[in-house]
Ligand binder design. Structure first.
Ligand SMILES: NC(=O)C1=CN([C@@H]2O[C@H](COP(=O)(O)OP(=O)(O)OC[C@H]3O[C@@H](n4cnc5c(N)ncnc54)[C@H](OP(=O)(O)O)[C@@H]3O)[C@@H](O)[C@H]2O)C=CC1
Ligand SMILES: O=C(O)C1=N[C@H](C(=O)O)C[C@H](O)C1
Length: 254
C-alpha cells in the first residue's frame, strides 16, 4: 500500500482526492494537512505546524499538495525533509517560490509538478503544441473559464499553454483582455472568465483569412484532476530524485 498525505485536505481538490484514496485498493489515506485540524474519510487532518510530526508518525510515502502558492514552499520543504515523494498541483506559484521548491526537491526526492493533472489535458497540450507549430502566422487567442472561487488568474493551465504556444510559434506580447479602441497586432489575447461552479475550460483559437481553428478542453468534474494526480502518485514512489511532469508519468513524448 502507498501511504498518502494530502495538503489542502479540506479544500475542493483535497476532499475529492481524500475520497478517491479512501476508495482505492492500493493507496492508504494516512492523513491530511490544512489550516485547521479536522478529519476526512477516517484520517486525521492536522495544522501545518504539526505536519512534520504527522509525516514521521505515519511514515507517508507521498505528499499531495493542492493548496495555495503561499503555502506550497513550506509543505514541500517538510515533505522533502521526511523523504516523501511529492505530487504538486497548486498553481499561481511565483518564480521565487518555484526556485525555493526546486531547492528542496532536487537531489532529495522525486516530484511530479504540473498545472493540470487531467490526462485529457496532457493530450490537449500536445495538440496545442502541434497546432502552434503549424499555425505560427495565425492570430492566436486563449480563453479560460473557472468557478467563482478560483484565486489565481490566468489559470496555471493557461500559463502552461502560453508557454507551449510560444515555444512553437515564437514569443509574443500577451494582451489580457481588450477595451476601447484597439488595433490587433501580433499579440496573444488572453481572456479569463470566472463564474458559478465551472470546473475548468481552456480554449485556443487560431484565426486567419475567413477561417478559425479551435482546440478546447472542458473538465466536467474534479475527479479528472484527482485521478491523474493519483496515477502520478503511484508512479512517482521509488523514482530517482528530480522533477517530473505528466508526460513522464504517461510516457508521452515531450
Ligand atoms: N494541477 C491541477 O490539476 C489542479 C490544480 N488546482 C489548483 O490546486 C489549488 C487548490 O485548489 P482548490 O482545491 O480548488 O482550492 P481550495 O481553496 O478549495 O483548497 C485549498 C485548501 O488549502 C488550504 N490551505 C491554505 N493554506 C494552507 C496551508 N498553509 N497548509 C495546508 N493547507 C492550506 C485551504 O484552507 P482554507 O480553506 O481554510 O483557506 C483550503 O482548504 C489551486 O492552486 C488550484 O489552482 C486545482 C485543480 C486541479
Ligand atoms: O483552480 C482550479 O479549479 C483549477 N486549477 C488549475 C489551473 O489553474 O489551471 C487546473 C484546473 O483548470 C482547475
Amino acid at each position: 500500500m502507498v501511504k498518502v498525505v494530502i495538503c489542502g485536505a479540506s479544500g475542493r481538490m483535497g476532499q475529492t482526492l481524500g475520497r478517491m484514496v479512501h476508495e482505492s485498493d492500493d493507496l492508504e489515506l494516512v492523513g491530511g494537512i490544512n489550516l485547521k485540524p479536522s478529519s476526512f474519510f477516517g484520517a486525521e487532518i492536522v495544522e501545518a505546524k504539526d505536519a512534520d510530526a504527522l509525516l514521521k508518525r505515519t511514515k507517508a510515502d507521498v505528499v499531495i499538495d493542492f493548496t495555495i502558492a503561499s503555502a506550497v514552499v513550506g509543505n514541500v520543504q517538510v515533505a522533502a525533509r521526511n523523504n516523501c515523494a511529492l505530487i504538486i498541483g497548486t498553481t499561481g506559484i511565483s518564480p521565487a517560490q518555484r526556485a525555493e521548491m526546486e531547492k528542496a526537491i532536487l537531489g532529495h526526492v522525486p516530484a511530479v509538478i504540473t498545472t493540470n493533472f487531467s490526462i485529457g489535458v496532457a493530450i490537449f497540450q500536445q495538440l496545442v503544441r502541434e497546432s502552434a507549430r503549424l499555425l505560427k502566422d495565425y492570430d492566436i487567442e486563449l480563453i479560460e473559464a473557472h468557478h467563482r472561487n478560483k484565486k489565481d488568474a490566468p489559470s496555471g493551465t493557461a500559463k502552461t499553454l502560453l508557454q507551449i504556444i510560444e515555444e512553437e510559434a515564437g514569443t509574443r506580447e500577451k494582451l489580457y483582455g481588450r477595451e476601447g479602441m484597439t488595433e490587433r497586432k501580433n499579440e496573444i489575447g488572453v481572456h479569463v472568465i470566472r463564474g458559478g461552479d465551472i470546473v475548468g475550460d481552456h480554449k485556443v483559437m487560431y484565426s486567419k483569412n475567413f477561417e478559425t481553428i479551435e482546440l478546447s478542453h472542458r473538465a466536467y468534474d474534479r475527479s479528472v484532476f484527482a485521478s491523474g494526480a493519483l496515477r502520478a502518485a503511484r508512479w512517482v514512489v521509488g523514482k530517482k530524485p528530480g522533477i517530473y511532469d505528466m508526460n513522464d508519468v504517461l510516457g508521452l513524448k515531450k
